[in-house]
Design a protein. Sequence first.
Length: 288
Amino acid sequence: MEHNQSILHKISQMYSQMSPSQQMIANVILKDAESAAFYNVAEMSKAASVSESTVTRFSTYIGCSGYPALSRELQELVRSKLTTGERFHLSREIDNDEQQTVIQYFEDDLHNLTLMMERIDLEAFGRVVKSLLGAKRIGIVCSRSAVSIGLFFEFYLNLLNKESILLTGDPRTVDHIHKFGEDDVLIGIGFARYSRFTVDCLKYGKKKGVHVVAITDYPSSPLVGCSTDVLYTPTGIPSHMDSFVAPLSLITAILRAMSQQSTAQATDVLNELEDAWTNFDIYVEPKK
């Protein structure tokens, strides 16, 4: 366990002595160790924009017998998972080398968006949109920091006139889960480290015959086994926190697709809401 965890610490500690090309490989690993663990040499080479021979030399430089050995160590790390404190410690080691800048933070998010676009399952995306449009009721299961994404999703589903219920782990929200049945959809949002509440809700929904959808980060996520459809979105950045730029982009895409497929209904609802907003003087009028 200590040896597995030390591979990332070793990379971060050696970071300042690495060549620019080696740092590019290190960045890929430190940003998203779980994805990197399952790259072959060619995939790692492409992700880091370096040659395959550079990837091999990097592996021996950090003390592994070769790239397969580095991959095995990373895969062992995936199984053990890093705690939030360990992730924070790693991010501080990189930041102290002054390699990270504000622009780099934005580039980290762009990297996640690019990964999501490359890996998106468009057929699964279409099925999710269709199931949400046809659902009698939509339950959004989220917990802890993922509640912020759930609130965004719930807000705009309501504007599409969909009955949606946010399930966050609050005892009052748990009382709603008995309402869901075969005509409904439960959509779970969860990323490493995964909330037990989210997983338990999806398991319960699956047992009741509810159509279950997961928005999560990795195939090894416990949300996957509970779900009929899964949409993957990366959140990894070299920090103790996750980045929700890619998940929010995915959910925005789902909402836009739903709007396009129910244009007339969405227009009618928005016109009615606009009347209500005007009646209650919701928004500040711009100065003329």
